[in-house]
Design a protein around this ligand. Structure first.
Ligand SMILES: CC(=O)[C@@H](O)[C@H](O)COP(=O)(O)O
Ligand SMILES: NCC(=O)COP(=O)(O)O
Length: 255
């Protein structure tokens, strides 16, 4: 079965809009785990727009005490600044089970592309080595919607990664336009190439209850999906526990 890691960034967006601690990121994570989620993902950004360093510490403790995966995402090249010690420093502090490297910047509204593994090889290697020395599984954010992304994906293995996370934004867009078949076949090809190179395959970005089943049906062997934006939005209507359980039903059906 594909594992579900719930991304709770958006709980922190709401909290930060007023200050204080409501809604409580840790309480939300606990509800997701109580409902059966396999892990928690956060993507602290250097501008601290949502998840802050103290959230990372608290979520690391909760996930460790529950024996579930903590997936920490971030840009390894972003320099430290006030309130953000840097991605590697955060990983040194909490040693997440999985570190997912994402090439994004402050100016981006959200993550919108993967690495170019051939071009970024020598820059990524020391970060991958350092994270593995900390005991983290390392996953690299990867494009599957472009020919260049698909043809370069196997190179993530040479860099030392354990997994790739397929950037599913373009798939979600194609699905919303009612035209997901060709895009899904691109993702299936990228997954196959990664798996043939010995990499595990994760997926994430803009996955939802609507588009997840089709994705899993067409892209075999996905080990984990990390889902935040849609799931937290859906939970406003249905509650966090029921929403997480709905996702788990989709993942079980796609087994
Ligand atoms: C890597 C990825 O796709 C997610 O982490 C996504 O970037 C969520 O981040 P935001 O919640 O900041 O949009
Ligand atoms: N890695 C993707 C993730 O954590 C969540 O992305 P989204 O569902 O918020 O788009």
């Amino acid at each position: 079965m594909t594992f579900l890691s719930v991304n709770v960034n958006k709980i922190a967006v709401l909290r930060n809009s007023r200050g204080g601690n409501e809604p409580d990121v840790v309480r939300a994570a606990i509800q997701c785990l109580d409902a059966g989620a396999h892990g928690i993902t956060v993507h602290p950004r250097p501008d601290a727009r949502h998840i802050r360093a103290y959230d990372v510490l608290a979520l690391a403790e909760i996930t460790r005490s529950r024996g579930v995966e903590f997936n920490l995402e971030g840009n390894p090249f972003a320099p430290a600044r006030e309130g953000y010690p840097g991605f590697l420093a955060l990983c040194e502090l909490v040693r997440p089970a999985q570190a997912t490297l994402v090439p994004d910047g402050d100016a981006q509204l959200t993550s919108d592309h993967g690495f170019d593994f051939v071009r970024d090889d020598s820059a990524l290697r020391p970060h991958v080595d350092a994270l593995k020395a900390l005991g983290c599984r390392v996953s690299l954010f990867a494009d599957a919607h472009t020919e260049a992304g698909r043809s370069g994906i196997a190179h993530a293995a040479a860099i030392g990664a354990d997994r790739v996370e397929l950037y599913t934004g373009p798939y979600a867009e194609a699905f919303a336009e009612g035209d997901a078949a060709v895009m899904a076949s691109h993702f299936a090809e990228a997954a196959r190439r990664a798996q043939d190179a010995g990499l595990g395959v994760n997926a994430g970005h803009d996955l939802s209850q609507e588009n997840l089943g089709f994705f899993l049906k067409h892209v075999p062997g996905v080990l984990e999906v990390s889902i935040g934006h849609a799931l937290i939005g859906e939970a406003l209507y249905d509650g966090l526990g029921p929403t997480v359980r709905s996702y788990l039903r989709i993942l079980t059906a796609g087994r």
